[in-house]
Design a protein around this ligand. Sequence first.
Ligand SMILES: *[C@@H]1O[C@H](CO)[C@@H](O)[C@H](O)[C@H]1NC(C)=O
Ligand SMILES: *[C@@H]1O[C@H](CO)[C@@H](O)[C@H](O)[C@H]1NC(C)=O
Ligand SMILES: *[C@@H]1O[C@H](CO)[C@@H](O)[C@H](O)[C@H]1NC(C)=O
Ligand SMILES: *[C@@H]1O[C@H](CO)[C@@H](O)[C@H](O)[C@H]1NC(C)=O
Length: 310
Amino acid sequence: MDSIFSLILIVVVTLGSSTLLGSKAQSIKSAHLLDLYIRNYTFKSLDKHFRTGIVQSVNLPANLSGIRVDTVRLRCGSLTRYGAHLKEFHLSSGVIVHPCIERVLLIRQNLGYNWSAIYYANYDLTGYELVSPVVGLLAYNTDEDVKSMNPFQLGIVAGEKPLTIDFTNITRFTIADGIIPLCASFEGDGRMTLAKPPPSSPSHVCVAKRHGHFGLVIASPPEQFKKRISQWKVAVGSTIGAALGAFLLGLLLVAMLVRVKKRSRMEALERRAYEEEALQVSMVGHVRAPTASGTRTTPVIEHEYIPPPR
Ligand SMILES: *[C@@H]1O[C@H](CO)[C@@H](O)[C@H](O)[C@H]1NC(C)=O
Ligand SMILES: *[C@@H]1O[C@H](CO)[C@@H](O)[C@H](O)[C@H]1NC(C)=O
Ligand SMILES: *[C@@H]1O[C@H](CO)[C@@H](O)[C@H](O)[C@H]1NC(C)=O
Ligand SMILES: *[C@@H]1O[C@H](CO)[C@@H](O)[C@H](O)[C@H]1NC(C)=O
């Protein structure tokens, strides 16, 4: 029996780890770490000719190819007063940057399809599939002399009107048979929220209350959406693997349950044998043991206090 347990355990563990190893290996696995690399390269790329209010694209090294970064430096006051437009992102007037002393550097990332894949590793996207690259909008403190500083992240919070993210130019998903993609918002704490695009806006436009990373997702696997064969293989393989794993785990549980049940039955048998033995002893000695110690009726207060009527 024990050898069966260990065999099942080994199979379950092997299945689990091979599924993990099978996922795409990227040199950077953490979405947050990627943000830090992009921040560092962006600040490094800015020179003294960088002018406030002018959007500039950032050159990244070859090992981050596929990621597009654009940046703009703004005065916090004018950002709040006039809002801003940075590629997919539109910030309406009233938007607040906090804490902001004077100027803010906005960084917009388009991770492209290759790098967006790390969001599958960092967030629980089971049942969903990205149909747009992940885009991000982050803010950092800055001043005129960008080189001499230690940038830290600032918060962007929408005023009355939300931020909007227009995926129309960057999604490869065309609405077919009424499937409207959902807006995924990837929060800094590892949570992901899904929302329908607001009914008033085009279906590839999402809204947000604050800075962060965003993407369009659809439930997967969709019947109408053609996937690459390799993706199918991965999906089918991992489904079968998961089913097999669940089945084996079920076997293991059943085996354990049977074992526990057997043991408790043995214990019950032993207890009964012991009780019968004790009964025989007491009958031999002509002593009637009290049937139960807890059955004496407890005294009841006979006359309840009844308050006199008023
Ligand atoms: C970014 O730059 C800071 C300051 O120069 C450094 O401490 C940090 O390790 C860098 N991070 C990455 C991910 O390169
Ligand atoms: C990219 O390559 C450079 C060297 O060219 C290296 O210093 C840097 O750490 C690499 N960055 C990442 C994100 O792998
Ligand atoms: C994405 O990855 C594929 C396969 O690894 C590669 O051929 C392609 O050049 C990459 N695309 C970009 C934009 O880096
Ligand atoms: C989409 O592309 C069109 C044409 O290139 C451009 O005019 C428009 O500003 C783009 N929209 C966004 C949100 O990037």
